[in-house]
Design a protein. Structure first.
Length: 309
């Protein structure tokens, strides 16, 4: 395939995932690792960005026929359509519910992007960034390749402001605590793939926690994310001894019991706000997602417990 000007600037893996819709993500990455995908006759890494005019060799792969594909549940498509917070001709921002993956794969038949595409088949929709399945809140989706490239450039330049709301099971060192610890992903621990602090091989990661309120050893925080590493907030919070409430992956057993005592049945991490420019000549936009009712109820119980102490 010859890369068009519209597709230029995309990562190789994202280009392949768009061209090979229906092919499992694991297979796409296996093709890249084996060198079966070539760009200008050379092997490439998933993160390499394509240029207009590049020649991409894609080996033949078996894709399911459209009749064999499992249809996206109409209820999911309708529910997400009601959660759109902002939309223009180039992008949309929706309030992703907790428990819904951003894309299908790894045992998940459908995610946010598949549901949106099912509801708007005439558009070329692509995820601008990702949220963990357990995390709720602001998620950006591009409606044009040019918008995707522009928003990715803002993300790389640190020009997109991301603010999260979280409940930590522990105190901060002060009203504001910066955590600047490098992170490495896919570290095996007891057979489970984890992200860990690793000064030798980790990539730079900076998180700023700002105290909003304290409840008997628990801390409600706003989190400014300055880099976008996998599980960054969760790993940095655990590293300072104050894991995110409801985090079964990085919290300890006593933390799980503490979260259950509050009636918390999910991760208390919410992407509350995004600040960005929709286009270069546009004024900055700030989009906010309200705290879900389930998390607001947990906060009320935390306040009541704190007053009772």
């Amino acid at each position: 395939m010859r890369v068009s000007a519209e597709a230029a600037g995309q990562r190789v893996d994202n280009f392949l995932l768009a061209e090979l819709r229906g092919v499992p993500r694991a297979l796409v990455y296996r093709l890249l690792r084996r060198g079966e995908v070539r760009v200008n006759k050379g092997r490439v890494k998933p993160q390499q960005r394509l240029q207009a005019g590049d020649d991409v060799r894609i080996p033949p792969v078996r894709t399911p026929t459209r009749d064999a594909e499992r249809p996206v549940p109409a209820g999911l498509t309708a529910a997400l359509a009601e959660r759109i917070l902002y939309e223009d001709s180039r992008l949309l921002v929706l309030d992703k519910p907790a428990g819904v993956a951003v894309h299908g794969g790894s045992g998940v038949a459908h995610g946010v992007i598949e549901a949106l595409r099912a509801g708007r088949p005439e558009l070329t929709l692509e995820l601008v960034h990702r949220l963990d399945r357990e995390t709720s809140g602001c998620l950006m989706v591009a409606k044009r390749r040019s918008a995707l490239r522009f928003l990715h450039a803002q993300l790389r330049a640190g020009a997109v402001a991301k603010r999260y709301r979280a409940l930590l099971l522990g105190p901060l060192a002060g009203p504001l605590q910066r955590v600047d610890l490098p992170l490495a992903k896919n570290q095996l621990q007891g057979g489970e793939r984890m992200v860990r602090v690793d000064a030798a091989t980790g990539k730079p990661a900076l998180t700023v926690f700002r105290r909003v309120a304290a409840y008997g050893g628990m801390t409600l925080v706003d989190v400014d994310l300055h880099t976008g590493r996998t599980h960054q907030i969760r790993v940095h919070a655990a590293a300072i001894g104050a894991p995110v409430a409801g985090d079964d992956k990085y919290g300890r057993p006593e933390h799980r019991a503490q979260a259950r005592a509050l009636g918390l049945e999910r991760l208390f991490l919410h992407a509350a706000e995004l600040g960005f420019r929709a286009r270069e000549d546009a004024a900055p936009i700030t989009v906010t997602a309200p705290l879900p009712e389930a998390l607001a109820a947990v906060m009320q119980r935390a306040e009541e417990q704190s007053r009772a102490l």
